[in-house]
Design a protein around this ligand. Sequence first.
Ligand SMILES: [Zn+2]
Length: 230
Amino acid sequence: MYCIECGVKLGEAEKKCPLCNTAVYHPNYVDRPGKSLYPSEKMPKKASRSKALNGAMIILFLIPLFVCFVADLQLDGRLEWSGYVAGALMLSYIAFALPMWFQKPNPVIFVPCNFVATALYLLYINIATGGTWFLSFALPITVGLCMITCTVVTLLYYLRKGRLYIVGGAIMALGAFMLLMEFLMGVTFQLPFIGWSIYPLCVLMLFGGLLIYLAINSSAREIIERKLFF
Ligand SMILES: [Zn+2]
């Protein structure tokens, strides 16, 4: 008898494939005693991310960092553009490589970390370019987006139900956020308030509202689910 899923040879008494956990059913073999044919020492070990790989990732990020600093210094003896590259590299390291250090990276912790790193990077660019847009524009926008995203991530991660409500509510909050964005842009860059934010506001409100309507109306939801297979 062989596993229908992965093809490994099975013992006659096995109820589950030792490799892929597929249930075994054979109408002629009913509860016969026996043992697994697949040698236990050859069972695949649970995948664990090796520390060596994570160390290699750090080196992979450090090499371009070092090359940039050296190249920047070579040009005219001081650091100019390499700070931006360093910031971007660190951002991508925090976003993609840092969670790999953990067996089960918790997005409720890592998502805010990414926003903090982004805010610090924007602050650096603001200072380096002598801008005045960080406090009145970049910071409130980052904080606002961080609050919306973290709320969604936390709710989706810990609640098993109500995903449509959560996503719909977040999309509507994002719509309202557009108004704030236009206001802050106007204040920071002395732009007149022309109301462009009304358009994304309406679209996002409608879309978020539609999701919440689907969350409430189960028969409408079933029709859509059947059509889109999700
Ligand atoms: Zn199998």
